[in-house]
Design a protein around this ligand. Structure first.
Ligand SMILES: NC(=O)c1ccc[n+]([C@@H]2O[C@H](COP(=O)([O-])OP(=O)(O)OC[C@H]3O[C@@H](n4cnc5c(N)ncnc54)[C@H](OP(=O)(O)O)[C@@H]3O)[C@@H](O)[C@H]2O)c1
Length: 324
């Protein structure tokens, strides 16, 4: 996996004056590093979503050390994606404080966790990685759209973190609507992760189709040494003793791993008069990108427009059924 190089230099990110940015899972890993890349370039505000004030406070120690004016720019937004009520409350808090949103980075995620349900009864990886972000995005879409139509040169983006692991989704269906409201313990944890990450790509494709005024992309960050694998390594101690050194040698450090999703925030947009920075590589709405700035086709299911429509409608109807 090739990182960095000439494809993108985060130091050359253009001035982000006036922009409001929201990043989920920004207290650690790739979300935190993306925030560190963006914050020095003068955005109006960045919302750091975390599950608790304590996690925000801990993250702010590193952020203020690196970006001196961060304390007035980086705001705390409490968000637990395993709870639709928490997602709704986070969106409401954000909307009470803002009339614009320029970049929504749906970054938070879990991987290879034991079989379990979210508070609202979804398979835990599908519920966290897809349903929570689907609701958050839906609630913020009117503001994203009004930001996109406010000026002719407006530049509004939704960055969805996915994975090349999306190809592990259930082989015969990709997305199994009859099962996602169970813990899916008959499926391997990697198949469940694959389903949730396929959903991130399909959601992106459908967002791009329904909302052409917004640039929506799906990003695979590459293999990066973050806390993402902890759940798996904690429950497979012996295997991990063998695997961890190999993984360490093969993975990028988080600041480098965050380059692809940071590039997606500022790259010039194909077919639009949007000034990018730090990269000449153009980005196209609905695209799936691997590190750094490289378009990729993804799996067969990731290109199934009918499946993307079906997932969107299913997600919308299921949230409506629960009063969201
Ligand atoms: N690292 C890789 O090699 C890799 C490869 C492919 C794709 N990705 C994708 O990249 C994204 C970021 O992962 P990462 O590597 O940065 O992992 P990470 O270090 O584990 O960070 C994940 C972030 O998501 C947050 N999060 C987890 N569950 C949440 C919940 N229920 N509600 C709200 N926030 C929650 C975590 O918060 P806490 O601190 O509270 O847990 C943390 O801030 C994920 O979507 C992942 O699928 C990563």
């Amino acid at each position: 996996m090739v990182f960095g190089g000439p494809a993108f230099d985060p130091k050359k990110i253009p001035d982000l004056a006036g922009k409001v940015i929201l990043i989920t899972g920004a207290n650690g890993g790739l979300g935190y590093e993306s925030l560190l890349h963006l914050a020095p370039h003068n955005p109006a505000k960045i919302y750091l979503c975390a599950r608790s004030q304590a996690k925000y406070d801990a993250a702010m120690k590193g952020i203020t050390a690196a970006v001196p004016n961060a304390a007035s720019m980086v705001k705390y937004l409490e968000l637990d994606l395993t709870s639709l009520a928490s997602v709704k409350s986070a969106a409401q808090t954000f909307l009470n404080e803002n009339s614009r949103l320029d970049i929504l980075m749906n970054n938070a995620g879990i991987m290879a966790t034991p079989a379990a349900l979210t508070k609202d009864g979804y398979e835990i990886q599908f519920g966290t990685n897809h349903m929570g972000h689907f609701l958050l995005t839906k609630l913020l879409l009117p503001t994203l759209q009004s930001t996109a139509s406010a000026t002719p040169d407006a530049d509004v983006r939704i960055i969805n973190l996915t994975s090349d692991g999306h190809s592990l989704a259930p082989r015969n269906a990709g997305f199994v609507p009859d099962a996602v409201r169970t813990d899916m313990q008959d499926y391997s944890t990697w198949t469940r992760y694959g389903q949730s990450k396929l959903a991130n790509i399909l959601f992106t494709r459908e967002l791009a189709r329904r909302h052409p005024d917004i640039t929506s992309v799906a990003i695979h960050p590459g293999g990066v040494a973050t806390n993402l694998a902890n759940s798996f390594t904690d429950s497979h101690r012996f295997l991990s003793l063998l695997l961890v050194p190999v993984l360490k040698a093969m993975t990028a450090k988080p600041s480098v791993g965050a380059l692809n999703q940071t590039w997606a925030c500022v790259a010039p947009v194909q077919g639009r008069k949007v000034v990018g920075g730090g990269s000449e590589k153009e980005i196209k709405s609905g695209g799936y990108y691997v590190p750094v700035a490289k378009p990729d086709v993804g799996s067969k299911f990731a290109n199934d427009a009918e499946l993307a429509r079906k997932l969107w409608e299913w997600s919308e109807e299921d949230l409506e059924r629960q009063g969201y």
